[in-house]
Write a protein that binds this ligand. Structure first.
Ligand code: DO4
Ligand code: MG
Length: 294
């Protein structure tokens, strides 16, 4: 079943039917131990909607109070690309070492107001000239550290800033509209099949300028082990989202441009589409309907 935050409230899609939940408390859902069972009970009591939500107009990012974290260098492709981009700065060996180390790289990616949903606008920084989307499976993790679902994530990244010095990573990764999640959350207690594909397509003026894909079998670490490291001495009273790293990275001569359309599709989970904008010095007039904080 899939869970959506919409402008009309929380909606669950199950067996082709859409049911509106009586409560709009998204945080409360991530405090429940068995969300799958909880939603089953809730849809048995709820009323099917007359019409499904408009996926291009009604969706909000599936985040209210949750922090978004990210794992890095979990795919061989990411290790390689990072070693290349930071070689001149002497950062190359850090990535090699973390790829093989027992402890994963985990970093804070976004607080809720920095997250956009499906059809929202993702940003490239005004002080960066080399930017890419990172298509990632994002885990929906409840307050007790249990993976209760999956969504599609985009870990927007400024490669020139990250490559100049690994200590600049937070600036390369964390800024307004630097993360996208959505369109909804696949709620399941079962792991995704290893052959689940993550596909990225970038279009510019109607033409595909990049397409690539990977499979989650290529992730080096068990997903629960990423969560277990994240929850060590670290509490998430309303749960959190954890992006699991990228295995799709365009060649080094590619950079995003304003107006590009980024679409990320993960089998069983859905397609997350966003338009790229460049940052300005003026505060951004966000489309509140599509950001995490309405
Ligand atoms: O170490 C830098 C970031 C890595 C990352 O975001 C990824 O591998 O997806
Ligand atoms: Mg990433």
């Amino acid at each position: 079943m899939k869970l959506f935050r919409t402008t009309q409230g929380i909606v669950v899609e199950h067996n082709g039917a859409h049911v509106g939940l009586s409560s709009n408390d998204f945080d409360a859902l991530l405090r429940v131990d068995d969300l799958h069972a909880h939603l089953h009970a809730a849809i048995d009591e709820g009323e099917p909607l007359d019409a499904p939500p408009d996926m291009d107009a009604d969706l909000l990012a599936p985040v209210v109070s949750q922090e978004v974290w990210a794992a890095g260098v979990t795919y061989y492709r990411s290790r390689d690309a990072r070693m290349e981009e930071s070689a001149a700065a002497g950062g190359g060996s850090f990535y090699d070492r973390v790829y093989d180390a027992p402890r994963p790289e985990l970093f804070m990616k976004a607080t809720p107001h920095r997250v956009v949903g499906h059809r929202g606008k993702v940003r490239i920084r005004q002080d960066s000239r080399w930017n890419v989307p990172e298509p990632e499976l994002a885990l929906c993790v409840n307050a007790r550290g249990r993976i209760v679902g999956y969504t599609v994530g985009n870990d927007m990244s400024s490669r020139d800033i990250e490559g100049e010095n690994p200590l600049y990573l937070p600036q390369a990764k964390v800024y307004d509209q630097s993360a996208a999640l959505g369109p909804g959350v696949l709620i399941t207690n079962d792991p995704l099949p290893p052959e689940t594909t993550i596909a990225l397509a970038i279009t510019r003026d109607g033409k595909t300028v990049f397409a690539g894909d990977t499979q989650i079998a290529q992730i080096k670490r068990p997903l629960q082990s990423l969560v277990d490291y994240l929850y060590r001495d670290n509490s998430f009273p309303q749960g959190c989202f954890l992006m699991t790293g990228t295995g799709v990275i365009p060649d080094n001569d590619f950079t995003l441009e304003p107006g590009d359309e980024v679409s990320i599709t993960i089998d069983h989970v859905g397609t997350l589409s966003n338009t790229v904008v460049r940052g300005t010095t003026a505060p951004v007039n966000r489309n509140a309907k599509r950001t995490a904080t309405p």
